[in-house]
Design a protein around this ligand. Structure first.
Ligand code: NAP
Length: 514
């Protein structure tokens, strides 16, 4: 059952004076019955203090203890699956297939961190014995605030990648639940706290706070005992939280994954050869999840010197009868409608094709116009994409050079386009975290080699990823021990290598004792 209360150190705390809010079914626009209490300043303080006090213990737990915690969370998620999915669907109106797919993805993400912990090499133990004895490894940074993301109520929220990677690192977590899916978030929080109790870990390692005003998130990020922040959402939200964190007496890292228009470049010969297939694939990618993916392709740049291939019109033919679920919240729909209304203004674009059965829309504009209107590079969050028509290689290179940082860029070309591909690639490497040469960018595999994060403004720190097991490095920092007695060293660095880890010893990887 959902209580609507805030979870602090294992207790669901009631506050009769709290401001309250409800979640809304985006399909019916009806408010759901539970009233959620906004966390008070005192509750925020209690949660952060509990996290800080539990850090020393949790940060020193063995990898096996953390594996047990993650496995217990997985088990709990399975036990409460039907309740979680029902609430997810009521709060997001996302279809059953998506709900189940995202649930499974969340379970699989947890599994990938279990494997990481079982293997252990992420702490990067390294030893140098040929001068001063220097031994180094990663340590957790401390209590982390995780903001649930509206567009992924499970996979990027309460037990999503941010929380699980922080737990795997040994960091306590305070989740600021997203107010659009507060019920789903609470159910998952119930699972997490039960798992913590089962594993006899300190209850302060996890708190779950609600709120529908920026106050709760701002107070959390400003709290002196918080050491890091994980965020997925709007540019304005991520940047505001980043600025807040840098103004603290002790600035802390904010790993905010914000907007991206994920440009797709289609070179001349590829466009000529595969135009129809590309149009169909792009229509599907742009409208997937009603366009509410961070990797949604919002910009399609084509090289068409003949000026005869109307790709935008072709894509629009595949969306004209499409039916899409509503967006996850009416505020997101309103923002989308507002941005489309601006684009419809006379002279802004050359053409705008709207679906007859849903809000999917495809625009088209000549490159010369696009290059003179910076507002056209802004993310339109939803099932929208803008086709930009270039008439020459020079124009396509100029456009590529003008782009800001992106999560992904896709470069589609034939072997006969390779000369242009080469020139473009050397530019695009500086612009994106992930560069694709086939297919579409929607679909983000949760594996070690994934990069989900790009140069600003796509994210606040392009050196890190928020998807895949490497996301753990956001919550770790290196500590070196110089001439430390063997008994005082952490197990990972001891001469006898009791954890049997692969370590770099005097430049060579091995798991032998010293
Ligand atoms: P959001 O406005 O960025 O909010 C996400 C979370 O951050 C919420 O919990 C919100 O807290 C908090 N927050 C936002 N601004 C804050 C501030 N200035 N200070 C403190 N906390 C702040 O995102 P959203 O609610 O999911 O959707 C709004 C828009 O964001 C969408 O229309 C879309 O354009 C964009 N969006 C982009 C992506 C992406 O991946 N690129 C994903 C989701 C949304 P409160 O709830 O307390 O306000």
């Amino acid at each position: 059952m959902i209580s609507g209360k805030n979870l602090i150190e294992g207790k669901w705390e009631h506050n009769s004076n709290a401001e309250q809010f409800q979640t809304v079914n985006p399909k019916t626009n009806e408010s759901l019955s539970v009233a959620y209490q906004q966390a008070s300043t005192d509750q925020i303080d209690l949660a952060v203090n509990a996290a800080s006090e539990s850090f020393d213990f949790f940060g020193s737990t063995t990898f096996n203890e953390r594996v047990f915690l993650l496995e217990s969370i997985q088990e709990g998620m399975h036990s409460y699956k039907s309740e979680i999915i029902a609430t997810y669907r009521a709060e997001s109106a996302l279809p059953d297939g998506r709900a189940n797919g995202e649930f499974q993805r969340t379970i699989d993400q947890i599994q990938s961190f279990i494997q990481l912990l079982n293997e252990g090499s992420f702490i990067a133990a390294s030893i140098y014995t040929k001068g001063p004895d220097l031994r180094k490894m990663f340590y957790p940074i401390g209590p982390i605030v995780v903001f649930g993301a509206s567009n992924f109520p499970l996979a990027f929220s309460t037990a999503g990648g941010d929380t699980i990677s922080a737990f795997a690192a040994g960091c306590p977590v305070i989740v600021k639940a997203h107010p659009y899916h507060a019920g789903t978030s609470e159910l998952v929080a119930q699972v997490i706290i039960k798992a913590i109790k089962k594993c006899n870990l300190p209850l302060g390692i996890f708190s779950h706070l609600g709120g529908k005003s920026h106050g709760v998130g701002s107070l959390l990020v400003s709290h002196p005992l918080i050491k890091g922040v994980g965020f997925t959402g709007s540019f304005s939200g991520g940047k505001a939280l980043y600025d807040l964190a840098q103004k603290r007496n002790e600035p802390i890292p904010v790993f905010a994954e914000m907007g991206s228009i994920n440009p797709i470049f289609i070179l001349e010969n590829k466009l000529k050869k595969d135009c129809s297939v590309l149009a169909e694939d792009l229509a599907q990618s742009v409208t997937l999840g009603t366009g509410q993916f961070c990797t949604n392709p919002g910009l399609i740049v084509i090289c068409d010197p003949s000026g005869t291939i109307n790709l935008a019109k072709k894509i629009s033919e595949s969306i004209t009868d499409l039916e899409l679920p509503p967006m996850v919240h009416s505020n997101i729909q309103k923002q989308y409608d507002k941005q489309l209304a601006t684009l419809k203004r006379k002279d802004k674009l050359d053409a705008l094709y709207s679906s007859e059965s849903c809000s999917a829309t495809i625009g088209s504009v000549k490159a010369s116009k696009f290059l003179n209107d910076h507002s056209l590079t802004e993310e339109v969050f939803g099932p929208f994409s803008l086709v930009v028509e270039c008439s020459s290689t020079d124009e396509i290179l100029k456009l590529a050079a003008s782009l800001e940082g992106q999560l992904t860029i896709t470069l589609l070309g034939e072997t006969s386009d390779q000369q242009v591909s080469k020139k473009l690639l050397s530019l695009l490497k500086t612009k994106a975290g992930r560069i694709l040469f086939h297919g579409v960018p929607t679909g983000v595999a949760v594996i070690q080699t994934m990069q989900h994060g790009g140069p600003y403004p796509a994210s606040t720190d392009s050196r890190f990823t928020s998807v895949g097991t490497d996301s753990i490095y956001r919550w770790l920092r290196p500590v070196a021990f110089q001439d430390c007695p063997n008994d005082l060293l952490p197990d990972a660095l001891k001469n006898e290598n009791p954890l049997k880890l692969e370590r770099k010893v005097d430049g060579k990887m091995n798991s032998a004792a010293l």
